[in-house]
Design a protein around this ligand. Structure first.
Ligand SMILES: [Zn+2]
Length: 201
């Protein structure tokens, strides 16, 4: 049981798990993609809430061991103090969990996607050095990998399609890339995200 506080100030107990074995609960990926994963309804006002909690997702079949930590713990994660279990990987918040579910459902390699995102960010930052740009994998469309870029223009999302051949090339170069800066340091810890670059700043 976890205590959830609604915007209406009502506080209630919700039956939310600490750990989910995806092999035993195959609907979990769908529910993450649909956006109702861990959603609970406030008994007072009826609002649907997604509490920021820590939850561990494991799957032997998919060789998966993921811990989603709340956004509030991002800084302790950067500092290596978020208490991520040995061998587990960390993600921050529902948006990153959604992105990961898309990547896995589309049969892509998460680290290769991060490398692509890094290359995209480099290009975008050349165009707009002052902007706070973020990028996320959004799914496949017409055979291409679609990425969303935010921060280039206030309130706008830029859609960036990437050819599958670019992905394949990045995947083939992955081993070499991981031995080079910045990836050699970036993906060392449990949070294998290009947002680890913020930790260095
Ligand atoms: Zn409420």
């Amino acid at each position: 049981m976890r205590q959830v506080t609604c915007l209406c100030e009502s506080v209630f107990d919700a039956d939310l798990p600490d750990e989910i074995d995806i092999d035993e609960a195959p609907g979990v990926m769908d529910s993450i993609l649909k956006g109702d994963f861990l959603a609970v309804r406030c008994p007072n006002c009826g609002s649907l809430l997604k509490p920021e909690i820590r939850v561990r997702l494991v799957s032997k079949k998919a060789a998966l061991d993921l811990v989603m930590v709340p956004e509030l713990e991002r800084m302790s994660l950067y500092a290596g103090k978020a208490g991520i279990p040995e061998g587990a990987e960390a993600l921050v918040g529902y948006a990153e969990l959604f992105e990961r579910a898309r990547i896995l459902t589309d049969g892509l390699d998460p680290v290769t996607v991060e490398i692509l995102k890094y290359l995209m960010l480099q290009k975008a930052e050349e165009q707009a050095p002052e902007a706070e740009i973020a990028t996320a994998y959004a799914g496949k469309k017409d055979g291409k990998l679609v990425f969303h870029l935010t921060g280039l223009k206030e309130g706008q999302v830029a859609v960036l399609p990437v050819e599958p051949s670019t992905y394949d090339k990045t995947l083939a170069d992955k081993k070499r890339s991981l031995g080079e800066a910045p990836f050699d340091k970036l993906f060392k810890g449990p949070y294998r995200s290009i947002r680890m670059l913020e930790a260095e700043e």
